[in-house]
Design a protein around this ligand. Structure first.
Ligand code: COA
Length: 265
C-alpha cells in the first residue's frame, strides 16, 4: 500500500515513521488511520522476523500531531450511530496495533500532541519531547471525549491526572507531561534527535526477544494479583534464561564480550 500521508525510512533495524500532513498539523483522517494500521501490521511482521528492533514516530512540520481531523470528524454527524461505531473502531484498532508492537516504539514530539496526538504519544514506549511542546486531552473543548485513547492514556497517566486533564481539556507543558508519565525526557529542540538516538542505542544493546518479552509482560502482570503473577513471571524468566538469546547474553557478560545481538551505531 503506497502511503499518501506517512513517510518511512529504514536505518538498519530501526524504522523512522513520519506523519506527513503538516498543512493540517498531521491530523488523523480516515486515510491516515488506514495507513497507520497497515504500517503497524507490516511493522509487526518485520519485528517478528527480527528485521526491526525499534521504531521512531515523528510528525512533519511545526508539531507532532493535532489529533483527530476535526474537518472530517464534522462529517460524522451525518453518519448513523452504526457508521460512527465502525469509524471509531478503526481508530481504536490502529492505536491498539501500535500499542502492542513487539519492539520498542519511541515518540519524537515537537510543538504539540493534542487529542489523538496525545493518544499516539501514549502508545509509544518511550517519548522524548521538546521543552516547548504542549500536550492536551482537548476533546471536551469540542464537546466530545477522549474515549478511544483512554485505555492507553490511563495506562500512562493514571486516574488522578486523567480526572483533571480529561475533564478540563486543558493544555499542559512537556514538563507536566513528564511528571505524569506521558513523556520520559524533555530536552531543548536542538537536542531532540540526539536524545532519541540515545534511546535507540540503548535498545540496540538489549536483546531483541527480551525487549519484546519485557514489553508484553508489563500489561499482563498489571492485571494480576501477586499470587497469580508468581507462576507467570517465574515462567517468563525461566523461558528467557534457557533461550539462545538469554544464554548468549548471560555468557557474554561472564566472558567479557558483547553478545551476538549487541549493535553499536
Ligand atoms: N483537525 C483538522 N485540521 C486541523 C486540526 C485538526 N485537529 N488542527 C489544526 N488543523 C488545521 C487548521 O484548521 C488550519 O487549517 P487552515 O490552514 O485551513 O486554516 C491548519 O491546520 C493550521 O492550524 P493553525 O491553528 O493555524 O496552526 P497553529 O500551528 O497555529 O496551531 C494547533 C496548531 C494544533 C495548536 C491548533 O491548530 C489546534 O489547537 N488545533 C486543534 C487541536 C485539537 O483540539 N485536537 C483534538 C481533536 S479531537
Amino acid at each position: 500500500m503506497p502511503y499518501e500521508f506517512l513517510t518511512t525510512a529504514r536505518d538498519g533495524s530501526i524504522e523512522y515513521l513520519t506523519l506527513n500532513r503538516p498543512d493540517v498539523r498531521n491530523a488523523f483522517n480516515e486515510q491516515v488511520i488506514a495507513e497507520l494500521a497497515d504500517w503497524a501490521a507490516k511493522t509487526r511482521d518485520a519485528a517478528e522476523r527480527r528485521e526491526l528492533r525499534a521504531v521512531v514516530i515523528a510528525g512533519a512540520g511545526k508539531l507532532f500531531c493535532a489529533g483527530a481531523d476535526v474537518t472530517s470528524m464534522s462529517k460524522t454527524v451525518r453518519y448513523s450511530e452504526e457508521e460512527n461505531l465502525r469509524d471509531a473502531m478503526a481508530m481504536s484498532r490502529m492505536f491498539s496495533a501500535i500499542n502492542e508492537l513487539p519492539l520498542a516504539v519511541i515518540g519524537r514530539v515537537q510543538g504539540a500532541a493534542l487529542g489523538g496526538g496525545a493518544g499516539l504519544a501514549a502508545v509509544c514506549d518511550i517519548v522524548v519531547a521538546s521543552d516547548d511542546a504542549v500536550f492536551g486531552f482537548t476533546e471536551v473543548k469540542l464537546g466530545i471525549i477522549p474515549a478511544v485513547i483512554s485505555p492507553f492514556a490511563l495506562a500512562k497517566i493514571g486516574q488522578s491526572s486523567a480526572r483533571e486533564l480529561f475533564l478540563t481539556g486543558a493544555r499542559f507543558p512537556a514538563s507536566r507531561a513528564k511528571e505524569i508519565g506521558l513523556v520520559h525526557a524533555v530536552v531543548a529542540i536542538a537536542e531532540l534527535d540526539a536524545t532519541v538516538d540515545r534511546y535507540v542505542q540503548e535498545i540496540l544493546t538489549a536483546g531483541p526477544e527480551a525487549v519484546a518479552a519485557a514489553k508484553a509482560l508489563i500489561p499482563h502482570v498489571w492485571e494480576l494479583t501477586i499470587e497469580e503473577a508468581m507462576t507467570i513471571t517465574a515462567r517468563a524468566i525461566a523461558t528467557r534464561r534457557v533461550s539462545a538469546e538469554g544464554q548468549d547474553g548471560l555468557r557474554a557478560f561472564l566472558e567479557k564480550r558483547k553478545p551476538s545481538w549487541w549493535s553499536a551505531r
